[in-house]
Design a protein around this ligand. Structure first.
Ligand SMILES: [Zn+2]
Length: 680
């Protein structure tokens, strides 16, 4: 569990076809004009009415969501391209049966081959998981139940709660254990508790889905539907005890270091000493119990609910975790529920599902091969040059911002100076030598990889922090700021067109990848990131007055975004998206300043009537061009700390006088916020 701030959340059940973003340049247009994507514009919309639609309207009409996706946009397209590169790489590797045993090459090739062997997977059905089902059936007392919960968690099952490692929020040189809420089959507590018709409908679909899975496990109809209601009851109680997404954003609210004695007192009915021994770490003496109220309720429920009901729940969580890796009936039933949650109409082709699973299991071994193929050292140097110009803009901003007192200013500059930056891929690659991967059964490769990755994580507890570790694989199309490390990370996967394009006008690159870089940097100074100091410790470095002024500005953002809706009437949760909205606003402003300070600005040409500043804002808006299904929009607005794409663009731009000026937007138009929020 880490408190990283991502650029965007992953997509549920990721990824298939549809052409690449880069079309061949039309005759008579330059590569630069082509990279400005003027064919995406909907010129019937005024830029000062709705800039997102002006910039992307035609793209949206021309690019309906492919059936297998909940959402389709630039991230999906680039991610799709990366998967194709990896697909080819894995196809080639799988043909090589002579790879040295236990080498990374043997593992990535055997994992892929076992996942592609559909005939063997379908023939085996549930058989490979039979030993796991027998373990659950053999439980006869509370002690065994708690031991089984620990075992299931280690092999990747979402049994009641999660346990992992984190840097101590108040002592970032220390790695500690952390237990957090979990155990739900639906995406969030709201899905169990919210009474609006959307959620009621999903709950009904969920209960019949759980029953269908029990039928597939061989239960008779009557038992299956009874068991589904047992699962729903248990999960609803867990949901009631869970902390909301908004509450979890505050690091102090999820930081409760407790000794064994305190832990046992907080969670009567659950033995932490046994638990630590069961996950292989009897030496652990204290952890962060992130959500004490959740664990108190869980401990009570462990005692009150019958063993038979718990066994039902664990069987469900087991099959739910591995259904995508089993035979066709399990895959299809699992997809049916995914489809209810995201709106996706079709299952991804098998190769894509296997590539996605392999990304989870052996992501850095795959990443090493990916980087060797696609990421030349020159890309790293070009990206660093842009990054450093944005860093200079932030430093300048911190030195001159009028509302900040001297003490806070110096501390803020110090924090920025200490911020680490990483581009492309890790210096040291992950060691997978202890992981056994073979040609099948596929589901057991997935299970062993889960166990390996969980053990690897828990083995860090009590050891010094490894500051070279990456938490995102190089092929990922995303970026992140880590408040405990105080570093920004840009994997190779995002450093390519249309985010970063050597052929595009520099105005466009600054509006796209420049804004991403500024976004991650700003996270160090958003409403939550700003509670950590330069060493990554949760420690106040603000004067009281400055913090108060800052909090007022933060409220302005929360209020602005609470006014936005999706699907007609579902409101964006302003307090959930505040940190990301601050990073979007700060990031774009910094990129704009850096562009103006750069040598490129002076000579930047006007292209097809668009000034360099206008190109900059088009680059930013194009980045977020996407279409989203209503089911997925509901899921995101419920769980995602990022606002919907259109508001990430329009909400940000409405706060920037630079935008108003660039497009000559009249005061009072929708793209000019009456009460402009200013943060950085
Ligand atoms: Zn972010």
């Amino acid at each position: 569990m880490r408190l990283s701030c991502y650029l965007l959340l992953g997509v549920l059940g990721l990824v298939p076809l549809v052409g690449s973003a880069a079309d061949a340049p039309a005759a008579g247009t330059t590569a630069a004009a082509q990279a400005l994507h003027l064919d995406w514009l909907d010129r019937a919309v005024s830029p000062s009415q709705n800039f997102y639609e002006f910039a992307n309207g035609t793209w949206q009409k021309d690019n309906p969501i492919p059936p297998a996706y909940p959402q389709w946009g630039q991230f999906g397209i680039v991610s799709q391209h990366n998967k194709e590169v990896i697909h080819q790489l894995l196809e080639d590797a799988a043909k090589n049966t002579a790879a040295a045993p236990s080498s990374d090459e043997q593992k990535i090739s055997d994992f892929y081959a076992s996942g592609m062997d559909e005939a063997a997977i379908n023939k085996a059905g549930i058989t490979p998981l039979q030993p796991e089902l027998e373990r659950i059936n053999a439980i006869t007392d509370q002690k065994q139940l708690q031991a089984e919960i620990a075992h299931l968690q280690m092999i990747g099952v979402n049994a009641l709660f999660g346990f992992g490692e984190m840097q101590d929020l108040k002592n970032s040189s220390k790695v500690i254990g952390v237990a957090g809420q979990g155990g739900l089959g639906l995406p969030d507590r709201d899905y169990y508790l919210n009474q609006s018709p959307n959620f009621v409908k999903i709950r009904q679909a969920y209960v019949s889905h759980v029953a269908n899975m029990f039928l597939l496990l061989g239960e008779p109809m009557y038992t299956a539907s009874h068991d589904a209601s047992v699962v729903m009851d248990i999960e609803t109680r867990l949901a009631q005890a869970s902390m909301s997404q908004v509450q979890q954003r505050d690091p102090r609210a999820i930081y409760h270091i407790m000794t064994l004695k305190k832990l046992d007192k907080e969670t009567p009915g659950f033995s932490w000493q046994d638990y630590f021994a069961n996950v292989g770490h009897p030496e652990i003496k204290s952890i962060n119990l992130a959500m004490p109220l959740f664990f108190k309720a869980m401990g009570r429920d462990l005692q009150r609910t019958s063993l038979e009901d718990w066994k039902v729940y664990l069987r469900w969580q087991l099959v739910d975790a591995f259904a995508p890796d089993l035979s066709k009936p399990f895959v299809d039933e699992n997809f049916k529920m995914q489809s209810t949650l995201t709106g996706a109409k079709e299952l991804l082709p098998r190769w894509q599902r296997v590539v996605n699973a392999e990304d989870e299991a052996l992501g850095f071994a795959v990443g090493q091969a990916y980087v060797a193929k696609v990421f030349p050292p020159s890309s790293k140097a070009d990206a660093l040059a842009i990054l450093h110009s944005i860093r200079a803009a932030l430093k300048d901003d911190l030195q001159t911002i009028p509302w900040m007192g001297k003490k806070t200013r110096l501390a803020a500059i110090k924090k920025l100076d200490m911020m680490g930056e990483r581009i492309g891929y890790p210096d040291k690659w992950r060691d997978y030598s202890a992981l056994e991967i073979n040609r099948g059964p596929y589901v057991l490769n997935v299970l062993r990889a889960n166990l390996f990755n969980n053990q690897r994580e828990l083995n860090k507890i009590g050891k010094p922090v490894d500051r070279n570790e990456w938490y995102m694989t190089p092929q990922t199309v995303n970026a992140y700021y880590d408040p405990s490390m105080n570093n920004i990370n840009f994997p190779a996967g995002i450093l390519q067109p249309p985010f970063f394009d050597p052929n595009a006008p520099m105005a466009v690159n600054y509006g796209a990848i420049g804004a991403v870089m500024g976004h991650e940097m700003t996270h160090g100074f958003d409403d939550q990131g700003s509670k950590f100091d330069g060493r990554g410790n949760l420690k106040n470095w603000w004067s009281l007055e400055d913090r108060h002024r800052f909090n007022e500005n933060v409220k302005c953002i929360a209020k602005q975004y609470s006014g936005y809706t999706v699907d007609g009437d579902v409101h964006v949760k302003g307090k959930l998206v505040t940190g990301e909205a601050i990073a979007d606003l700060g990031g774009l402003k910094l990129a704009w300043i850096a562009f103006h300070n750069s040598p490129y600005y002076k000579d930047a040409p006007t292209i097809d009537g668009f000034t360099p500043d206008q190109q900059f804002f088009l680059g930013f808006a194009h980045f977020w061009a996407s279409n989203t299904r209503p089911e997925e929009a509901l899921r995101r607005v419920t769980t995602d700390v990022h606002a919907p794409a259109m508001y990430r663009v329009n909400g940000t731009l409405a706060n920037l006088p630079q935008f108003q000026q660039a497009f000559d937007a009249p005061a009072g138009s929708p793209m000019v916020d009456k009460k402009r929020c200013v943060i950085w």
